[in-house]
Design a protein around this ligand. Structure first.
Ligand code: ADP
Length: 262
């Protein structure tokens, strides 16, 4: 079975503080992945995609590259965004390898090209080769070349939607910093209630109640995520990264507290 784990930027960084990784959260997710990997006894094929959180996004804003790269200053900004994302990848890779996961970094910016902010070319053969070798490819939210506008942001969620459209993905587990999807932002609304399950056909209605990003996220926060999920053809679970046993269970197809979207 092929499963995707999203290490959400909200979970693995402090989104409010410039380039600050949450090493403990990364370790917990790496541990969850390694547990699932070994408990599955070779049955689990895993792809990991990490978000950017407080890496990458600040540079996108500083160099004004949200809508493409045209000037030399913006081109330099594109390089700074990629470099910032690489710093977070380094932390993710260290924890995964230390947890015993045979992880190999395939930075999205080096294997994908977009056209007007949508993936138009993608080296799926690299993902397939890694999987064939029993490895865990690690991709990320990144900036990538864009054949129409120079370069553009490709969120981790967009990468996952793309992979689900091209590969037979059994499920995708989105680990974030809250227990699931709620009727309102659970951090600011104490009356927010968590959905156990959302049908794809109800997603638009639910999206109306969900707020966009309040920090540096240029990819739309939970609202952006739900918009991306609308196009996904795999069962999705949104769950809390701080609870590794839940993540392990969901990766293995077992029940755990989360919001299921199908
Ligand atoms: P990630 O970076 O982990 O992919 P996002 O930052 O995009 O995740 O989305 C998670 C954030 O969305 C949470 O920190 C939460 O505070 C916020 N949020 C806003 N509205 C909702 C909602 N209705 N349900 C759950 N989370 C929400």
């Amino acid at each position: 079975m092929l499963v995707i784990l999203k290490m959400g930027g909200a979970a693995i960084t402090d989104k409010a503080t410039y380039e600050t990784a949450n090493e403990e959260a990364i370790w917990k997710l790496a541990y969850a992945a390694s547990q699932a990997y070994s408990l599955s006894k070779g049955k689990l094929q895993l792809i990991i995609v990490h978000g950017a959180g407080s890496f990458g996004h600040p540079q996108v804003v500083k160099y004004k590259v949200e809508n493409g790269v045209r000037t030399p200053k913006q081109a330099y900004g594109y390089c700074r965004v990629r470099d910032s994302c690489s710093k977070l990848s380094a932390s993710v890779m260290r924890e995964l390898l230390d947890a015993g996961v045979p992880a190999v970094l395939l930075p999205t910016g080096a294997i994908a090209i977009q056209k007007n902010k949508h993936i138009s070319h993608f080296h799926l053969d690299m993902i397939n080769q890694a999987l064939k070798m029993g490895l865990v490819p690690v991709l990320r939210g990144d900036m990538v070349f864009d054949e129409a506008i120079g370069a553009s942001v490709c969120s981790g969620d967009h990468v996952i939607a793309y992979l689900c459209s091209k590969l037979k993905v059994d499920r995708a587990v989105f680990a974030t910093d809250v227990d699931g999807v709620y009727t309102a932002d659970p951090k600011t609304d104490k009356h927010a209630r968590m959905f156990k399950e959302i049908k794809l056909s109800d997603l638009d209605r639910v999206k109306g109640a969900v707020s966009g990003a309040k920090t540096v996220d240029v990819t739309g926060g939970m609202k952006g995520k739900l918009a991306e999920l609308k196009n996904i053809n795999a069962t999705v679970f949104v769950a809390n990264a701080k609870e590794p046993e839940r993540i392990t269970a969901l990766l293995l197809g077992k029940p755990a507290l989360s919001t299921k979207i199908s």
